[in-house]
Design a protein around this ligand. Structure first.
Ligand code: TXA
Ligand code: MG
Length: 318
């Protein structure tokens, strides 16, 4: 009941041009009315996000996609039927009336239907699609709890809806349908294997070769503490008197003295690991360590999305 009132209040804020942080199954989003360019502009300001990086539009019903795009290719339709509501974003040719600030002036738009009762209730109550990036300052880790949003954006947002921890924990998978063959732009909550089992092989953009506009910059999801992937153990000598944190899938293989260890999933379950990923990095980041060492994990299923985020978090490039 209280949730219902809070959602009503959140919807009123969005309808009046405000911005609201809300939970989805992947990560928390920072939402505004898609058709209010000034409200959307505030999202970019609060996040300090470059205007060339477009937002995802969130709908509460698959039929609403028709109002936003010129056409829905058959493969996109199949995936929407299979995975929505869920962590899959489709990039399609947009209709002209979608404000350019939402799509960064691109002829395309990214759309998804989140699988979270609060998100869906909010969109329905607003009676309009909600444009929302993840609710973190640009380049930083995505929030998977309301507390993360509070710490990162605090009173810069008009309201934070608290729906508890996000069950998937990594962002949606993004697939573009602009070319003959669908192209994976970002691995995420729906695995490549699941997608290919429905529509066959898709193209995969290598990390350095992604479109320059979208926020798929090599350096992203970065904590404040330096983080390295698979640090050669010998290198740890020069960190002997330093505090080092370790991020591993299961129990650590070596017995080095780490100040703190985060195990993503004791049984090596990649879904559980994805759900824990950002919160585990946040906890290590809060310890003021000198270094975080992350160990590689198998790149199958959700492991692909986890490794994508770890590579970006550790990348030296900007
Ligand atoms: O799970 C998610 O997708 C979360 C939740 C809140 O829905 N959202 C999210 O949004 O991760 P954001 O803004 O952090 O990431 C959206 C990505 C960006 O990298 C952006 O460049 C890309 O989607 N994107 C948006 N529109 C696009 C387009 N038209 N073409 C290609 N990429 C696009
Ligand atoms: Mg983001």
């Amino acid at each position: 009941m209280r949730d219902k009132e809070t959602i009503h209040q959140a919807a009123e804020i969005i309808k009046k041009g405000g911005i609201v942080a809300f939970p989805t199954e992947t990560v928390y989003g920072l939402g505004a009315d898609t058709f209010n360019p000034l409200a959307v502009a505030r999202i970019f300001e609060v996040k300090r996000r470059p205007y060339f990086d477009p937002l995802i539009i969130h709908v509460a019903n698959p039929v609403d996609v028709k109002k936003l795009v010129k056409e829905i290719p058959p493969n996109a339709k199949k995936l929407i039927e299979r995975f929505w509501p869920g962590p899959l974003t489709v990039v399609l040719l947009k209709k002209e009336d979608i404000p350019d600030i939402v799509t960064a002036g691109l002829p395309t738009v990214a759309i998804r239907m989140p699988n979270h009762s609060m998100a869906l209730a909010l969109i329905k109550e607003c009676k309009r699609p909600i444009a929302a990036p993840s609710a973190n300052p640009f380049g930083y880790l995505s929030p998977t709890t309301a507390e993360h949003v509070r710490e990162q954006l605090g009173d810069q947002v008009d309201l934070i809806l608290d729906g508890g921890p996000c069950p998937v924990g990594v962002e949606s998978t993004i697939l573009s349908f602009l070319e003959e063959k669908p192209r994976l732009l970002r691995p995420g909550g729906v695995s490549l294997e699941e997608i290919e089992s429905i529509i066959g092989k898709v193209e995969i953009s290598p990390i350095e070769d992604r479109p320059s506009a979208p926020g798929m910059l090599p350096k992203h999801y970065a904590p404040r503490t330096p983080i390295v992937l698979d640090w050669n153990v010998k290198n740890l000598d020069r960190y002997e008197d330093k505090n080092i944190g370790l991020l591993v899938l299961q129990e650590p293989k070596n017995n080095l003295k780490f100040h703190s260890i985060e195990v993503l999933s004791a049984n090596g379950d990649l879904r559980e690991a994805a759900a824990n990923l950002f919160a585990a990095i946040q906890r290590l980041d809060a310890l003021n360590l000198d270094l975080i060492v992350a160990e590689s994990i198998p790149e199958v299923g959700l492991g692909r999305a986890i490794m994508d985020r770890l590579r970006r978090a550790t990348s030296k490039g900007e």
